[in-house]
Design a protein around this ligand. Sequence first.
Ligand SMILES: NC(=O)c1ccc[n+]([C@@H]2O[C@H](COP(=O)([O-])OP(=O)(O)OC[C@H]3O[C@@H](n4cnc5c(N)ncnc54)[C@H](OP(=O)(O)O)[C@@H]3O)[C@@H](O)[C@H]2O)c1
Length: 162
Amino acid sequence: MISFVWAEDENGVIGVNGHLPWKLPNDMKRFKDVTTNHPIVMGRKTFESFPNGPLPKRLNIVISKNVDYQVPESVVLINDKVDLKKYVQSDEEIMVIGGRGIFQLFKDDVDRLYLTRIEHEFDGDTKMINLDYRKFKLIEKKEGHMDKQNIYPYTFETWQKI
Ligand SMILES: NC(=O)c1ccc[n+]([C@@H]2O[C@H](COP(=O)([O-])OP(=O)(O)OC[C@H]3O[C@@H](n4cnc5c(N)ncnc54)[C@H](OP(=O)(O)O)[C@@H]3O)[C@@H](O)[C@H]2O)c1
């Protein structure tokens, strides 16, 4: 099963200058909870946006067209979507974590959406792709808790393919 995991602002913005436009530790925690112990699949630019290298307790799978792209030993590099099945089990939940090009690549395969809606407008250069939500059913919606570290209103949503 393929799942998408991402956070977007009111205008669908997901990134700016190679990183996230916001600081929202509670969303980082949700991301960790949702993805830990699952393979994560990401574009080369998203991989390069991690400040501390590969994310622990998850098989990190990076997609690049560059066959010579160097990744640490624990990381899997694939150059084509079809190679993904060599590295994952057929019954696993595979977490596609972006960015835009990678969401586009798996758009027709996705079964579940883990979305964080941040109710704020940010400057950005990367937006989420358009998804047809009529094909999904909202199965969970949870309002986020705000505090000194989490200053924007946000909601966690989970959608399942009908
Ligand atoms: N808010 C969120 O939830 C979220 C999630 C993820 C990312 N982001 C943000 O989004 C930005 C990065 O996203 P992005 O869309 O610019 O880049 P990206 O999707 O992370 O990476 C793009 C790269 O992936 C590779 N790629 C894409 N399609 C491919 C294909 N069909 N076959 C093989 N390789 C392919 C290419 O690598 P090569 O150039 O090496 O060939 C391409 O340059 C950052 O700002 C990041 O912080 C935000």
